[in-house]
Design a protein around this ligand. Structure first.
Ligand SMILES: [Zn+2]
Length: 55
């Protein structure tokens, strides 16, 4: 089941798509750390990670 993450921060258009939720979460956290020098709270990560239903 693919997952999608769209960075919600102002001025950032980063997005990713990943087959595994763990991998998507890892990449989303890595992006936030590197690009914004910040961390994502687990609750926010749940909200921002979107599961894409397979057609
Ligand atoms: Zn970002």
């Amino acid at each position: 089941m693919p997952y999608q993450f769209e960075c919600p921060r102002d001025g950032c258009s980063f997005e990713l798509r990943c087959d595994a939720d763990r991998e998507a979460a890892r990449l989303a956290r890595a992006h936030t750390r590197v690009a914004h020098h910040d961390r994502i709270a687990p609750a926010d990560l749940d909200r921002w990670l979107e599961r894409i239903e397979a057609a």
